[in-house]
Design a protein. Structure first.
Length: 156
């Protein structure tokens, strides 16, 4: 309750209409309850990270320019797997998002990927005794993640 009231007072002192101040304060309060950083807009996000807004816009609209692409040989055959590695400043942004937002989100109990305390063996144990197993390798998985998909992860 205190967080909501402080934000509302802040926005009213900044001469926002009361209704808008209440909505923004409620948004901040809901993020606070989820232990997520309170970010109101892209400029605010850039300020929190100490990153130039123009740089972030370039990343958003020309993301292919901010990755180094190379290939590695697959273990099982002579095929090659393309790897796209983010340049250092983009890696910093991604790491900040991971550490300050994604690490604090609840993950499905059925998910084993990217959970620190779980391994590929934990995943395999969950399938012991089953007659069938479907294994998929989704091509360009991360490259197919859209802005709305990301927005929906932390929607309030």
């Amino acid at each position: 309750m205190i967080v909501r009231a402080k934000w509302k007072d802040f926005f009213i002192n900044e001469h926002l209409p009361v209704k808008q101040a209440e909505l923004l304060a409620e948004y901040a309060h809901s993020l606070h309850l989820k232990k997520l950083p309170i970010i109101f807009e892209l400029e605010h996000f850039c300020f929190l990270l100490g990153i130039d807004k123009a740089y972030v816009y370039r990343v958003i609209y020309r993301k292919h320019l901010f990755y180094r692409t190379f290939s590695i040989k697959k273990k099982k055959n002579n095929d090659r797997r393309e790897i796209q590695s983010p340049l250092p400043k983009l890696k910093y942004i991604q790491t900040w998002i991971k550490e300050n937002i994604l690490n604090d989100l609840e993950v499905s109990t059925r998910s084993f990927a990217y959970v620190k305390s779980l391994s590929i063996l934990d995943n395999a144990k969950a399938h012991l005794g089953n007659d069938e197993l479907l294994k998929l390798d989704i091509k360009n998985y991360f490259g197919n993640i859209t802005t709305p998909m990301v927005t929906n992860v932390v929607s309030v």
